[in-house]
Write a protein that binds this ligand. Sequence first.
Ligand code: FEO
Length: 172
Amino acid sequence: MVSKKVEKALNEQIEAEMASSQYYLSMASWAETKGFNGVADFLYKQSDEERGHMLKLVKYINERGGQALVPALKGQPKSFKSLTFVFEELLKHEISVSKQINELIAICLEERDYTTQNFLQWYVSEQIEEEALARTIMDKMRLIGNDKGGLYLFDRDISTIAVTSAAAANPA
Ligand code: FEO
């Protein structure tokens, strides 16, 4: 059984994962309308992954005798200054989610809820991967700047960057 304090913190995490999913979805839609189809596919997938993170929390809370709450949807930006800005935001966002996961783990330790702490280790690993991926992408974006040819190739190749970075984060 989760304590009320842990339940509340987990529900806040649901909100954070849902906000990530919605944010990345709005980025994906914007990128698609700008003709960056590779980037859009990448962001649609990220958005789906975040929804998966949220669902995992919903099921966990309910399984442990709490009640998962579905938060209200917040408005999302309609447009973004540039692709670089999109990925800067994505990296910033992931860093803040990682902090939030760490705080959540601190609450579990305070409450001596080692089961939830253990459950959250999956999120810790996932955040390491997502931050590594976002940093790899940002490094590329900094090299490309506003070079149109570079952006074209980046859009074409982003799925391979994603695969390479995930492999680097998870060496076999
Ligand atoms: Fe589920 Fe990337 O935070």
